[in-house]
Structures are given as C-alpha cells and as structure tokens.
Design a protein around this ligand. Structure first.
Ligand code: MSP
Length: 649
C-alpha cells in the first residue's frame, strides 16, 4: 500500500483519566510511522487529540466538583503537553470542544438528516453508561454490559437514529474487496462476522435532560449528539471538512490507528456515516492490541496502570519508545513490565548498539586522533557488510509497510550485531599495532554501519539517534534515498560524549505476576509421547481422571518469533500468538530446530502452566514435542491451519 502521502490519526483520548502507557503506545506508534514514512520520502500529516464530550467526561467533572469545561481544559492540556515529552511531534491536535469541530459535526448531522438518513423513534433498550450505548437483550452477557461487565439500565425514550443498516451490505463488500482495509486481516474477519449478524440502525442522540455535555443536534435542540458520532467526526473536522484544502489534500490518504476495543465503532459506525455523507472511506483501519499489566488490560479500577511519565523520568523517552515498539507486535497484546524494559535496554541498546559506538569511537580517539579514518580498499568482509546495509535499506521500508515495526527494528539490530561480529573478526584493537591502515578500514566500516543504523532507528528514537549521528561527526539523513555507503567523511572529528545507553539494574521488586502463565521447555528425552521437561513423576498413578485431564488447557499457537536463549544450545525463546494474547515460551527444541525454521508454524502448547524462569527467561507455557527415532524432536502440530488460540480437545 505504498503511497507518497499519508494522513495518520490516533484515537482521540477520553478526558476521564490521565494518560497511561496504553494511550502512549498508540500515539508513539503513529509518531514512529510518521517519521518512518517521512524518511522514506512521503508527505505525512499526523493528527491526535482529545474526546471531550459525553457522559464519562461529565461524570469525571462532577466527581471533581468542577464544570465540564474547566475539567476538559485542564486535562486536554495534560495530554497535549505529555506527547512532546515522549518525542511525539503531531501536526495537529483536535479537541472536540473546539468550534471548528462542533461546526463540522452539526454540518454532518444536517446533511444526514436532509438526505433522510436520520429518523426519530421511541426506543427501549439496555443502556450502558460505561460504553455510552444501548445493547440489545441478546448482546448482554449475564445481564451485564458485554464489554465492561458493568450494570446496564433499562431506558425508554424517544431518540434519533441513523439508518446504519442501509449501508451494511455495501460495507461488507468493501471489506471483502479491500483486504488491506482492516489490519491485521483477521480483524477484518471479525467485522464481517459482526455484519453477518445483521446491522441495526444507530441511536445518535441523547436527550439533554439526561446528558447536557455534548453538541446539540442541529435539528432538535432538546438533544445532544451521541459521543461516538461526535468523536469519529474529528478525523474530518480537523481537516476543515466539508471544504478546505487540507481535506482534499489529506483525506484520500487516511489511515486510522486505533485499539482493538474500538474497532466496531471505526469500521462500522464511522464507515457507514462516511458512506451516507458521500465521503470516501479511509485507506485503512489498523487495530492494535493492548498493553497488559500483570496480565490484565491496564485500568484505573484494577490499579495496574503504568504511567508513561514515570517510565520516561527513569529511562528517558527514547528507551521507552524503543521498548514499546520493539516488544509489541502490532495487533497482538503485550505484557508491560519494567523488568522487560530494562532487559531490552541492556541487551539491544546498551550492549549491542551503545557498546559498539564506545568501542569503535574509543579506538578512533586513541589511534586516529579522534578523526574518522580512511575507508580504504575493502575486502570480502567489508563487501559483506556493505551488502547487508543495502539489504537493510530495502527491508526496513517493506516491514514498515507491512506494519511489522518490531521486525523492522530487529532487522536493524541484527545488522548492528553483525557489525559487532565484524569487529571481533577483524580485531582492529590488535591489528592497529601492526597495520594501522587495515584497522582504520575496519573502524570506518563500523562507524559507517552505525550511521546507517542511526538513520533507520531515528523514527523510533529520534533524539538518541540524532546524538549518535552527531557523535560520528555526521549530519542526520533526512531521506533514506540519500543514505549511501561511504557518506561518512574521513577526517571528520568524532564527538563521542557520554554513553548513549547506560546499563540499568533490574527494578528492585518487579510487580508480582498475578495470572497464570506457564511453562517448561519440553525435555529432550523420553518416550514417544508428547511430553514436558519434567520427568513423569514416580509413575505410581499412570491413570488420571477425565477431570484431571480437563484441567490441562492445550491450545494451538502460531510462532511469531524465535531466537536462541543465550548460553544454551537447547533452548529457544519463542513468542507465540494465542489469538487473544501473545506469550513468551522457552522450548527445549534448539538442537533440532533452527529459530528461523519454526517461525510461522503452528504448535500445540500447554497454556495454563504456572510461569517459570528457564535460564533467567520467563516461560509462559510449554510447547509439545515428540522424540523421533534419531533422537530429534518433532513438533505436535494441528494437521490443518487453525485460528491461533483454538483449544485442543
Ligand atoms: N475516546 C475514544 C476514542 C474515540 S476515537 C474517535 C476512546 N478513548 S480511550 O481514551 O478510552 O482510549 C483510546 C485508545 O487507547 C483506544 O484505542 C484504546 O484501545 C487505547 N488503549 C486504552 N488502554 C490500552 C492499553 N492498555 N493498551 C493499548 N491501548 C489501549 O476509546
């Protein structure tokens, strides 16, 4: 879906609570996408903002004893000012209480009303204050709101409705015809499933007597606009719809990045509204997963919220951004832990990247008066590095296009690891004593490689990579097309400065794990049966009851990533997709399986084993494998592809 223009949006955040890591993630992701796209030569417009009307916000204001207006003014400033602290550079910030937005919402409603797509009707249904919408009897779960699990109220009132059902078939066709419209693709199937149940009309009003904090309906001042109709319109109101040069310029290139919990409102409510308004649909809707904390979605009521500023204060904005983007696969859930952040900092940033710069820079200071050495005539080793850099420049844009941001980052880190290995292989620290020119050539290769890495990681860590580039005596590369091997000028003075990424100690008391998570690696020996790492016990009772067996939750999982666990030739660290979550599993299959060979395969895991550490790496499940006659391990795997997470029975 390459294009030279992108209009990226984040959800606009409710002003009923302070921003947490989950909110920060979505905004950091869009900021990084924006920076990547600009690096690849595209023009980008990046919009974020705040959702300021509705019952949730009114309630929060009431609880604080201030007017809604006072409340939103204070909190909007908090959101707006937070983002630059995380090096997020949006182009526009929209507040739904701004006149430009309220006018556009009223215009949209007037148009829908005039074309006969809005009608009034008495309605009785189950209303959820938390979700600010009605649910039908069928949709309730145990008589409660199916999303929040909170109580619902029976309400009967006259309201206005948008003829959403009229557009259901057209929407279904659009999704079928445009596979990249909802991303990841499996979320598109969810929406199709939702449409299959039959689309109802959408209640778009709230009587003023029940909720006054909203935009009045232009055709009936006794009502305010349903907050989602109000909020979704931000994506066009910010561009000056219905007129406006900005609208014409950016709207055809719109991509909405949202959390998976608000996919229906975006892919169904918003798209059908656009159809009714004769506005083309956005290019794509990208649904991200959630950051979990202690294995649950962060929420104020669970008390497991992680503050982005707290993390930023300790580790700095760029390390936090790196962790959020590297440890989350777009679309899947991830578990936030400070421990994981510290480990990521120490391994990738302090060890691989930061050390390389210090090592190479230190040698240049000592032996080359702190100036970039001559490139010299490279041999095979140098040619291999240059080829790897060429490949990297191709691969990163393709991965970003595919929204595989974690993989784009990993690709660059692999390149950095390769440079480290090159230093080990060419030993400039020894060679310099006998062949200064050869040592200079090695060091040039490393410094130039670092300049490449800095360019490709700049969208993730803008400030740190600018510092790294400056430390090499180079200026930042604004366009990937301008990044060519050999750009580093011999003779330029290095500006090494302080270490870029200090190593960090693990946090004193990591938060206790609360949820079940499992794992032991499969033992390498045993009979021809699927087995765990542990020996089978004393064998006293081989027969177990059905109930005992039923306690073991076996599920199909898709392997997303695999790498060797440092210090073990047997263990692989796997990231697997269980559909509704992502798990890290340490599996003892490394003697038979290369990491690359297992990525993308479906395996069967024990999903409810208590988590445990294997070689200091937490394993949250166990992969089933069978010993083969030659002593290798065959994986237990479904004979046909199944949805990740499917239970094995
Ligand atoms: N106001 C609406 C969005 C309107 S867009 C037209 C809203 N606001 S929200 O503040 O509740 O959530 C904003 C976004 O934050 C949602 O996309 C939601 O998925 C995301 N997140 C909230 N908690 C999250 C995590 N723990 N992890 C990742 N994203 C999460 O919904």
């Amino acid at each position: 879906m390459s294009s030279d223009r992108f209009y990226y949006t984040t959800p606009i955040y409710y002003l009923n609570a302070k921003p947490h890591i989950g909110h920060a993630y979505c905004t950091v992701l869009v900021d990084a996408l924006t920076r990547f796209r600009r690096l690849f030569g595209a023009e980008v417009h990046f919009l974020t903002g705040t959702d300021e009307h509705g019952q949730k916000v009114q309630k929060s204001a009431d609880a604080r004893g201030v007017t809604p207006k006072q409340h939103v003014d204070e909190l909007a400033a908090e959101f707006r000012d937070l983002w630059p602290e995380l090096h997020i550079a949006y182009d526009d910030f929209i507040r739904t209480t701004e006149p430009r937005h309220m006018a556009a919402v009223q215009e949209a409603l007037t148009r829908l009303f005039e074309r006969g797509d809005i009608y009034a009707q008495d309605y009785e249904g189950w209303y959820s204050t938390s979700e600010e919408r009605f649910f039908t009897e069928d949709e309730l779960v145990d008589g409660k709101d199916p999303i929040s699990g909170l109580e619902v109220q029976r309400i009967k009132e006259r309201n206005y409705f948008f003829k959403m059902s009229k557009y259901g078939e057209r929407l279904r066709q659009h999704i079928v015809d445009n596979p990249g419209f909802i991303r990841p693709a499996y979320r598109g199937n969810e929406v199709l499933g939702f449409l299959d149940k039959g689309l109802q009309d959408l209640c778009i009003s709230r009587p003023k007597e029940r909720l006054s904090w909203g935009i009045p309906l232009p055709f009936d001042p006794e009502y305010v606009t349903y907050v989602w109709v109000d909020a979704l319109t931000n994506y066009v109101s910010a561009l000056g719809w219905p007129d406006g040069e900005a609208f014409a310029r950016w709207w055809p290139h719109a991509h909405h990045v949202i959390g998976k919990d608000i996919l229906t409102t975006h892919s169904v409510y918003w798209t059908t509204m656009l159809m009714a308004l004769d506005v083309p649909l956005p290019q794509s809707i990208v649904a991200t997963g959630w950051w979990l904390s202690q294995d649950r979605k962060m929420s104020k009521s669970l008390g497991n919220v992680v503050s982005p500023l707290g993390m930023r204060d300790v580790y700095g904005p760029d390390v936090l951004r790196y962790f959020l983007l590297r440890d989350m696969v777009v679309g899947l859930d991830g578990n936030f832990s400070e421990e994981a952040l510290v480990k990521r900092n120490n391994s990738d940033l302090a060890n691989d990247l930061g050390n390389l710069q210090r090592r190479a820079g230190g040698l240049v200071e000592k032996w080359f008066e702190g100036r970039v050495p001559e490139r010299g005539q490279g041999g095979e080793l140098e040619a291999a590095i240059v080829a790897a850099a060429d490949e990297l420049r191709e691969k990163v844009p393709a991965l970003v296009d595919d929204l595989q941001i974690h993989a784009a980052i990993e690709e660059t880190l692999q390149f950095v690891r390769r440079l480290n290995k090159y230093v080990t292989d060419t030993e400039p620290f020894k060679v310099v004593k006998t062949d200064k020119e050869a040592a200079g050539r090695s060091l040039y290769t490393v410094l130039e490689g670092l300049r490449h890495a800095a360019c490709l990681l700049a969208p993730v860590m803008p400030e740190k990579m600018a510092t790294l580039t400056a430390s090499l005596g180079a200026s930042p590369t604004g366009l990937l097309a301008d990044l060519r091997w050999g750009g580093l000028e011999p003779g330029t003075k290095l500006e090494l400065g302080e270490p870029l990424f200090p190593r960090r100690d693990l946090p004193e008391a990591p938060p206790a794990e609360v949820a079940p998570a499992p794992v032991a690696p499969p033992a390498p020996k045993g009979g021809a049966k699927a087995k765990a790492a542990e020996p089978a016990g004393d064998g006293a009772s081989d027969v177990i009851s059905f109930d005992d067996f039923a306690k073991v939750k076996l599920r199909a999982a898709t392997v997303l990533e695999a790498e060797r666990v440092a210090g073990s030739d047997k263990l692989l660290r796997l990231q697997v997709d269980l559909g509704d979550e992502k798990r890290q599993i340490v599996a003892g299959i490394g003697k038979t399986w290369e990491p690359e060979a297992i990525v993308g395969r479906q395996v069967v895991i024990v999903a409810n084993l208590a988590p445990r550490k294997v070689f200091k790496v937490e394993s949250q499940g166990m992969v089933l494998a069978v010993e083969t006659p030659d002593g290798g391990l065959a994986l237990v795997t479904p004979s046909a592809a199944v949805a990740p997470g499917t239970e094995v029975r």
